[in-house]
Design a protein around this ligand. Structure first.
Ligand code: HEC
Ligand SMILES: [Cu+2]
Length: 366
């Protein structure tokens, strides 16, 4: 739209024009009212300047005037609010079936991993016309992934995965910045987003597959760190079978049920004792400081690819941790009831001095 106004960066994503329209609206409305007020001040200052013959006239209240100057600003701010909320909602919701890319921010570089195994530092290759979801985490301090041409900015935090998405529209090379001050060389934490046509992109993808897919890198790390000694499909293993784990609910020793998403897998590796799987001892050592964030991403990708065992997909854990989907609502209700009971017990004089945590790994109702 206003691509010929040089103060704006290029518009190279599906979101850019929408963000710019809202921004332009804000600028115009601010300019309009600033000018209006400035001009009125001038006119009134001249018109009502002090002269010997004029007497000041007092005005007390005007309901009509007050309604007008309440309703008009309210209307304008609601337009800004709704418009902004619509764009924000659109930006914060993950697109369906995106191209998934993983990013790690660290002092002072951006590392990206593509599912088929391509890895890059301070460059990010993406195709046009495809929703790209970038899931990111920081290995140290807070960074921020900022691509002005896409109008995309996402803080990247340590200890939690965040994501942003965009659909690039115009091939070219665009700036990638870190937009959170993150230490001495923060200003050097820059890179390029290289947008290619889908054909060029697949040529690029095919050009460097030497290391194998991200999942196979994860598998290698899984063996290298000895995870296989405890996590094996056979039921004699000391740790739970990870096949079919991803995206499924897991019951913990305290009878809570959590979803096995990427944050859960990561926490299981770095802080195994934070959430101990029901029916198992907390014997897993922490891998904090041993396994890097890139490797955790690869291992998670590997675990995602571990299909449930063929024979009985719902009963694949051969341990008390397996939970059927249909059970989940019941379990959640049960959890809530238990919490309530625990709270009530706390208020009453203590009946059970050892605490009231139910030792109930099978999860059946007592
Ligand atoms: C000494 C044995 C041992 C080793 C080595 C080990 N684990 Fe574990 N792991 C366990 C046990 C036992 C549990 C269940 C108790 C718990 O949650 O801490 C577990 C739980 C997990 C879970 C949660 C599983 C679930 O069903 O919810 C994940 C994910 C996991 N481990 C991944 C790994 C990875 C990745 C490695 C290698 C970097 C690894 N483990 C190494 C024993 C081990
Ligand atoms: Cu940074």
């Amino acid at each position: 739209m206003q691509s010929n106004i040089p103060i704006f960066p290029e518009q190279a994503s599906s979101m850019a024009a929408q963000v710019d329209s809202l921004y332009l609206f804000l600028v115009l409305i601010t300019t309009f009212f600033s000018l209006l007020i400035a001009i009125l001040i001038l006119i009134f200052a001249i018109k009502y300047r002090r002269t010997p013959e004029r007497q000041a006239e007092q005005i007390h209240g005007s309901t009509l005037l007050e309604i007008i100057w309440t309703v008009i600003p309210l209307g304008i701010s609601m337009v800004i609010f709704v418009w902004g909320a619509v764009i924000y909602y659109h930006m914060e919701r993950a697109p369906s079936n995106p191209l998934e890319i993983y990013g790690v921010g660290k002092q002072w570089m951006w590392k990206f991993q593509h599912p088929n195994g391509q890895r890059e530092i301070n460059t990010l290759h993406v195709p046009t016309g495809r929703d790209v979801k970038v899931t990111m985490i920081s290995q140290d301090v807070i960074h921020s992934f900022f691509v002005p041409a896409f109008r995309v900015k996402q803080d990247v935090l340590p200890n939690r995965y965040v994501f942003t998405w965009f659909r690039a529209t115009v091939p070219g090379t665009y700036h990638l910045f870190c937009s959170q001050y993150c230490g001495t060389k923060h200003s050097g934490m820059v890179g390029d987003v290289i947008v290619m046509t889908p054909d060029d992109y697949s040529t690029w993808l095919a050009s460097g597959k030497a290391e194998g897919s991200l999942a196979s890198l994860g598998e290698k790390a899984f063996q290298q760190y000895g995870c296989t000694t405890c996590h094996r499909p056979d039921s004699g293993a000391r740790g739970p079978n990870l096949q079919g784990l991803f995206g499924r609910p897991v019951r913990l020793v305290d009878n809570r049920v959590v979803l096995a998403d990427d944050n859960y897998i990561r926490e299981s590796i770095l802080e195994p004792n934070a959430k101990v799987v029901s029916g198992f001892q907390s014997i897993m050592p922490t891998f904090r400081g041993v396994v890097s964030e890139d490797e955790i991403i690869a291992i998670t990708e590997y675990i995602k690819h571990l299909a449930p065992q063929e024979a009985n997909p719902l009963n694949n854990r051969s341990t008390p941790t397996q939970i059927r989907d249909s059970e989940v609502p019941n379990i959640q209700q049960q959890n809530m009831q238990q919490e309530k009971q625990q709270q009530e017990n706390k208020q009453q004089p203590q009946k059970t001095p050892q605490g009231t945590r139910p030792a109930n790994p099978s999860g059946k109702k007592p």
